[in-house]
Design a binder for this molecule. Structure first.
Ligand code: COA
Length: 355
């Protein structure tokens, strides 16, 4: 049976480290608050004028390609997951193709906008294409540059302290090796709570969505016949272009959905939590990961956590964490690796991989 295997993995985090103490200097927060609520000690920020999701993604991709033992020209499909793209359009997939210097037009590029679960969604999409035999070297990238668009005033502190920049990438190839590769993936979505964790502006008639939710929010649309709704002066004046998060609500949903979707994947292949050698959860919050581990009866050596160093890097968090775990020798051939994510949308998902 044809399965997808991760043939190469790479990661890149920008050089600049920003500690909680650094953030204390620009907003009303404390290292103790951030560590106690999230586990985060520091995060990395991209170079302000020289790095983007695409450039960071390319750094991680180059490592994954080399470790897979292929040339960049062998890549036949690019999947790029990010919520912080270089441009509104086109997406980062084609920009990455150009950044890597892949000039062949036989390749295809796809962008995924599933925020924290973007990598798991991308893995599932790649897995389907590999299983049907359509592609043989899929480059899947998750990359984020949050630092360019967060509110660094006290008003934005509940969101800003959590997020960091970085990128991770894998090359997926077909394998017929017995028992190896992606065993299953499970995906879910529920748009009911789309605005609980969202960046709504600039956007197309965000006012319509607010009214549907029963809220009257004045976005300052001018009385012109055409256009002028995407960005308004009021959106800029009132700083309506920052991400919004109802933290406690997201937390409650996350601790419910993570265990559910992990159990769903395990049931699908007849395995139990005790069979998991390494759970690599999306690094949303250390408290969420600890809760999930406890619920599934997993010990600390069965769960990879690196949020302390990087914060939440959204679509990049799972490939960065998985890459670190592999490099540290914590994931060995034959191990059962479980990936799981939950985030804005809400969307969530899981994957089981026999390494
Ligand atoms: N520093 C200091 N105080 C802060 C703060 C910060 N960075 N951010 C918020 N606060 C304050 C709030 O203003 C509030 O003060 P008040 O009680 O005077 O109103 C208080 O801390 C508690 O805020 P609350 O939002 O209820 O805290 P919390 O215990 O829920 O923790 C999160 C906040 C964001 C850490 C937590 O809700 C969380 O992790 N949620 C999930 C987020 C997540 O995973 N997001 C990614 C999705 S994948």
């Amino acid at each position: 049976m044809l399965r997808s295997k991760i043939a190469g993995i790479g990661r890149y985090v920008p050089e600049k480290t920003v500690t909680n103490q650094d953030l204390e200097k620009v907003m009303d927060t404390t290292d103790a608050w951030v560590q106690e609520r999230t586990g985060i000690k520091e995060r990395h920020y991209a170079h302000k004028y020289e790095e983007t999701a695409t450039t960071m993604g390319a750094r991680a991709a180059a490592i994954a390609i080399e470790r897979a033992g292929i040339q960049k020209e062998d890549v036949d499909f690019i999947i790029f997951a990010t919520l912080s793209p270089d441009y509104y359009f086109p997406g980062c997939g084609v920009l990455l193709q150009r950044e890597l210097g892949i000039t062949s037009t036989e390749i295809a590029a796809l962008d995924i906008r599933n925020q924290c679960s973007g990598f798991v969604y991308g893995l599932s999409v790649a897995d389907q294409f590999i299983k049907t035999g359509m592609y043989k070297n899929i480059l899947l990238v998750g990359a984020e540059i949050h630092s360019m668009g967060l509110d660094f005033s006290t008003e934005g502190r509940n969101v800003t302290v959590i997020f960091g920049d970085g990128a991770g990438a894998v090359v997926l190839q077909p394998t017929e090796e017995e028992g190896r590769g992606v065993l299953t993936t499970k995906l879910h979505s529920d748009g009911t709570y789309a605005e609980k964790l969202a960046l709504i502006n600039p956007g197309a008639h965000a006012g319509y969505h607010y009214r549907k939710l029963g809220e009257e929010v004045d976005l300052g649309y001018p009385e012109t016949e055409y256009g002028e709704t995407f960005i308004t002066q009021k959106m800029l004046d009132d700083k309506l272009f920052y991400p919004y998060m109802d933290g406690p609500f997201v937390f409650k949903m996350a601790v419910q959905k993570f265990p559910e979707v992990i159990m769903e994947a395990l049931h699908a292949v007849g395995l139990a939590p005790s069979d998991i050698n390494m759970l690599v959860p999306h690094q949303a919050n250390l408290r969420i990961s600890e809760f999930v581990a406890k619920k599934l009866g997993l010990g600390p050596d069965q769960v990879w956590s690196n949020i302390q160093k990087y914060g939440n890097t959204t679509a990049a968090s799972i490939p960065i964490a998985l890459c670190e775990a592999v490099e540290a020798g914590a994931v060995k051939p034959g191990d059962l690796v479980c990936l799981a994510a939950f985030g804005s949308g809400f969307t969530w998902g899981s994957a089981l991989i026999r390494w």
